[in-house]
Design a protein around this ligand. Structure first.
Ligand SMILES: [Zn+2]
Length: 149
């Protein structure tokens, strides 16, 4: 098993090499801000697949953020009485429950999960999705788990 630092390091080296090559051959014409944002967003994606490992940095971080978010949403519901807050809380709780039973290097270590988790970034910028997908796939490549499911 590769540690999260290795995953981030390999991602950074390979994305910087790829961006340099594409820029050098004029195949990449993105604004510098978009490129930097993309490279930064790719970092958490390069360690996201290990969310299925209870001891991983990403699992601990997202677990805490999710629990804090659920608490904030429940408190907000007491004041706002918006049922959507309850639905989001239930969705987050179900996600945590699903994580509890997920097998390490199972679904989260698949190309399908890479596409599923990267796709929402289309709402921000279509180019950013490529960086996130690259980060996620670099993790799968290092783990030797480039399978569809
Ligand atoms: Zn992994």
């Amino acid at each position: 098993m590769s540690g999260y630092k290795i995953h981030i390091l390999v991602y950074l080296i390979s994305i910087l090499a790829l961006v340099f090559l594409l820029k050098n051959y004029n195949l990449l014409e993105l604004p510098m801000e978009t490129m930097l944002l993309g490279i930064l967003i790719g970092i958490p994606y390069s360690i996201l697949p290990d969310i299925d490992l209870p001891s991983s940095v990403m699992r601990k971080f997202l677990g805490r953020i999710s629990i804090a978010t659920i608490l904030v949403l429940l408190i907000a519901y007491l004041f706002l009485k918006n049922i959507l807050l309850i639905y989001i809380s239930i969705s987050l709780a179900l996600f945590l429950y699903f994580l509890w039973f997920s097998r390490h290097r199972g679904f989260f270590h698949s190309i399908t999960a890479a596409i599923l988790f990267s796709a929402p970034l289309f709402l921000i910028d279509t180019h950013i999705v490529g960086f996130a997908l690259f980060g996620y796939l670099s993790h799968l490549t290092i783990d030797g788990k480039l399978s569809l499911f």
